[in-house]
Design a protein around this ligand. Structure first.
Ligand SMILES: [Cu+2]
Length: 161
């Protein structure tokens, strides 16, 4: 029985070590306090409107809720946190002026047709494949600089993922 336990423990440690290596290999994972931010990306809106939407997934591994207050992106003068949801048959987009709550022990996804950050006032269009610098600000965890991978207009996920 003791031997079996030791074997199980050894197995768990090996798996843990492998997972740690996999996580380290993903340069697009940013840790900030209790938060883990996965692969920020952004998508230019079709046409010449000077708009884009930014996305990411944020794990809150802590015991308290946090709030995404803002995301700023170089080259965009105005950003707003939006949610999209169906109201009857119509997809509606609303600003979340107080930010996006990140519940404790949950993963929150910013993705097409859901939560996103709207980027406006983009003078020079972002180019597919480019990395754009930005900053995320959270109520509790503070601020962190991140890079956003730019995808083609219409793409629904980042390429390198
Ligand atoms: Cu929007």
């Amino acid at each position: 029985m003791k031997l079996l336990n030791q074997l199980a423990l050894a197995g768990a440690l090996t798996l843990g070590a492998v997972l740690a290596q996999v996580l380290e290999a993903d340069a697009h994972e940013i840790k900030l306090g209790a938060l883990v931010i996965h692969h920020p990306w952004l998508r230019p809106a079709p046409g010449a409107g000077g708009m884009a939407a930014a996305y990411t997934t944020i794990d809150n591994t802590g015991k308290e809720d946090d709030t995404l207050i803002s995301i700023t992106v170089e080259g965009s003068t105005t950003t707003q946190i939006h949610e999209m949801k169906m109201e009857g048959d119509v997809m509606k987009m609303n600003e979340l002026p107080d930010g996006l709550v990140l519940p404790a022990a949950k993963s929150t996804e910013l993705k097409p047709k859901s939560f996103h950050v709207m980027l406006m006032g983009i003078a020079t269009p972002f180019m597919e494949g480019e990395e754009v610098k930005g900053t995320m600000t959270f109520a509790k965890a503070g601020k962190v600089d991140v890079d956003f991978e730019v995808v083609a207009p219409g793409a629904d996920k980042p390429m390198k993922h």
